[in-house]
Design a protein around this ligand. Structure first.
Ligand code: ATP
Length: 706
């Protein structure tokens, strides 16, 4: 430490003091939890021994129940206290890694002295509830992210508070070591950001809590609107911002929202593994992670074309036809379980006919399902009275009777036999009600194929038809995040927006990275979500935090963003792009081998980085691997990104990822002709690079790169 710098000395002393407190909290909490655990176990044993179960008379029963009630209340109290202590310990452990990353000195009122607020990954107070560190999601921390010196403001409980920011200080801290501090009193320059960006590629995406930039913060702290569409250039932090936003929402709604109610759609499994450490590193649980495939499979439509290429016109046609849809008996299927027909197609048909006059839609489904459930109930009641089923129930051995029916059947009591047989039938046919609700009685495939005059139905068509008939898909989801939204077709988005009709959406994408033909434009995305959710708020992110100015110059030339928009990079200078057009495969192979050798040599030194050879498709990837004598691995779906070295990836797999050095081995005019799609594919491939891009072609180089 520089002993001559009084600020550094003073801040280190503050850190030492706080760290000591944190260690104390950790030890106290651990002891407390251990002690409480033992105490609780002992108390529960004593209390339960004191309960003398007596159900002899009404008074005795009341007394016994009251004693059990008291025991339950004690268990609840222990659990609550336990949860509170565990939560506090979790925060302390998080802060012990880095107690805080910034401080703001705020003058809350002109007549009061300014006070220092330290900001960290979690908030912690001392025993007298005085805040020692404030959580980055606390309203007051907004003054740090606003990046405004002097007068600034934050919103608390919907009210804007104006304050004076006297000092904004950032810290480079690891555990109890203060490495450096940066004051931004003169001009707002984010030294911590520049420090962070100097680093090399990491195996997994990192949280950006300490360095969220102003335009990103607007997304993270945005009001809770039905749909937000973030339109950002490559490397502008869309994925990072989305994860910070999830953490923000979980913090502000901690009493009502859990991570299971947040759904995150991402392009593929490699990407899922790349991002799955971010929220846990912030002390939050991961949301439910889905690819489109996972979603389709969960909906029982995994065994057909996944519908990613289904045109929106197909779904529009279903919408148009649904009003005049007539359901015939052939469209119905009996509800059968274990070869027992519980409701025949004919019986279902009579219910359907009764309610079809309302038109085929959510109301029809609700009324029909209600009545089918009633009929099922009557059917099971009838079966429970039949000799055949009663004999089967009584034929169960004693163990099975206790396990399934809860007691041994009293064969002397006829009513009891019927009651128990009913319980047995409920157990056997437990899935029948779910079948009714899942509309297994309706041959959706057949109906859809007739409506569309097609021989098969894609997953998108099937799910949309089901949605048109039932209304909403799920109300389990409160928030749905779709990353790389530009890669979804209008039809896929129509399904998702309707399926999650009651959820709020965060859509993030970059139109220039749409690498498939036939995906939805941002205007289409807006109108799809406006139709289901009303309003769509749009935010833009225009600075690249991933790529060096040199790399940014290559990819920004590929696209036209609009005259008023200029892409910017905040990274330090990287290396100049390398190019090479070769006449034959042999020459290309030699050049690639050189790159591989250089990358491996680097990886052995302390300059470990990751080089990716990004091939246009799987065929090209394996061709390159062969050219390199299979010495470089091709990244597979079930693998994670290596930390360093060289890897071959397809463009589809490279989506959302980043590498220190990107080599495009097939940058030729045939692979990348002068078409809008090829332009976007090249933009996506080049923009995966942090420090350097190498463009090789066998034959003439694509004119897009000239
Ligand atoms: N505010 C920030 N502070 C530090 N690093 C940042 C910041 N914002 C983004 N980054 C870094 O920039 C890189 C790109 O971020 P991210 O992958 O979230 O961008 P993206 O917009 O989703 O990219 P793409 O659309 O090209 O896949 C990551 O390494 C991320 O850590």
């Amino acid at each position: 430490m520089n002993e001559d710098d009084p600020v550094l000395v003073e801040e280190q002393a503050h850190l030492d003091e706080l760290y000591k407190q944190l260690l104390g909290f950790r030890d106290d909490l651990t002891h407390q939890l251990e002690h409480d655990h033992k105490q609780a176990a002992a108390d529960l044993v004593t209390m339960s021994e004191e309960i003398r179960p007596d159900f002899g008379g009404a008074d005795e029963t009341m007394e016994t129940l009251a004693a059990i009630e008291t025991l339950n209340a004690v268990i609840d109290a222990y659990n609550q206290y336990h949860d509170f202590s565990v939560d506090r310990l979790r925060k302390v452990l998080l802060l012990l890694r880095q107690p805080y990353f910034a401080k703001v000195r705020l003058k809350m009122r002109p007549d009061r002295p300014a006070r220092d607020v330290y900001i960290g990954a979690a908030g912690i107070t001392d025993d007298r509830h005085t805040p020692l560190v404030v959580d980055w999601r606390n309203p007051i921390a907004e003054t740090y992210y606003n990046q405004e010196n002097g007068q600034t403001s934050y919103t608390v409980n919907g009210r804007l508070k104006t304050v004076e920011l006297e000092l904004r200080r950032q810290f480079d801290i690891e555990r109890d070591q203060l490495h450096a501090y940066f004051d931004t009193t003169v001009a707002i320059e984010d030294s911590l950001l520049l420090n962070a960006l100097r680093k090399h590629h990491s195996e997994k995406l990192q949280a950006i809590t300490a360095t969220i930039q102003r335009e990103q913060n607007e997304v993270v702290r945005h009001a809770d609107v039905p749909v937000m569409l973030v339109n950002g250039i490559a490397g502008s932090g869309k994925t990072s911002v989305m994860l910070q936003r999830i953490a923000y929402l979980l913090y502000h709604n901690h009493e009502t929202l859990n991570a299971n109610q947040v759904y995150l759609f991402s392009p593929n499994e490699v990407f899922e593994r790349y991002i799955d450490g971010v929220l846990p590193s912030m002390g939050e649980a991961n949301p439910r992670l889905y690819t489109w495939r996972d979603f389709v499979e969960e909906q029982g439509a995994g065994n057909r074309d996944d519908g990613s290429k289904t045109p929106a016109s197909s779904l529009k046609r279903l919408e148009d036809e649904i009003g005049s849809l007539v359901i015939t008996t052939d469209d119905l299927r009996a509800i059968t379980m274990d070869d027992v027909t519980l409701l025949s197609a004919g019986q279902i048909g009579s219910v359907v006919d009764k309610h079809a006059k309302w038109g085929i839609g959510p109301r029809f489904v609700a009324l029909t399902c209600d009545e089918l459930r009633d009929r099922l109930d009557r059917r099971l009641a009838g079966m429970a009275r039949s000799d055949d089923w009663q004999e089967r129930a009584m034929g169960l051995d004693v163990e099975a009777q206790i396990q399934i029916l809860g007691s041994v059947i009293d064969t002397s009591d006829e009513d009891e036999i019927a009651r128990v047989t009913r319980r047995y039938l409920d157990y056997l046919f437990a899935g029948a009600e779910a079948d009714i609700d899942r509309l297994t009685w309706l041959r959706l495939d057949r109906i859809g194929m007739r409506m569309l005059d097609q021989k098969t139905l894609s997953a998108t068509e099937l799910l949309y038809l089901r949605l048109l008939i039932c209304g909403r898909g799920t109300s389990d989801a409160r928030y749905v995040m779709i990353d790389e939204v530009q890669d979804y077709s209008a039809a896929q988005l129509m399904v998702l927006s309707k399926f999650f009709g009651s959820a709020h959406f965060l859509l993030l994408g970059d139109q220039n990275q749409a690498i498939r033909e036939g995906t939805a434009s941002f205007d289409e995305i807006r109108s799809i979500f406006e139709a289901t959710h009303g309003q769509v708020d749009v935010c833009r992110l225009l600075t690249s935090y991933r790529s060096s100015p040199e790399v940014t110059a290559v990819f920004s030339r590929l696209v036209h963003m609009g005259d008023d928009i200029k892409l910017a990079s905040v990274r330090r200078a990287g290396l100049e792009p390398r190019r090479g057009a070769f006449e034959a495969d042999g020459e290309l192979a030699a050049a690639l081998r050189e790159v591989v050798a250089a990358a491996r040599a680097e990886a052995e030194g302390d300059q470990a980085g990751l080089t990716a050879i990004v091939a246009n498709d799987a065929k090209a990837a394996y061709r390159i691997a062969k050219l390199l004598d299979n010495d470089v691995p091709v990244l597979k779906k079930n693998q994670s990104l290596p930390a360093s070295g060289v890897v071959i990836v397809t463009l589809v797999m490279a989506k959302g990822l980043e590498f220190d050095h990107v080599v495009i081995p097939d940058a030729d005019a045939t692979t990348y002709p002068d078409t809008p799609l090829a332009r976007r594919q090249l933009y996506t491939a080049v923009s995966r690079a942090m420090h350097q891009v190498t463009l090789f072609s066998c034959g003439e180089m694509s004119s897009l790169l000239s």
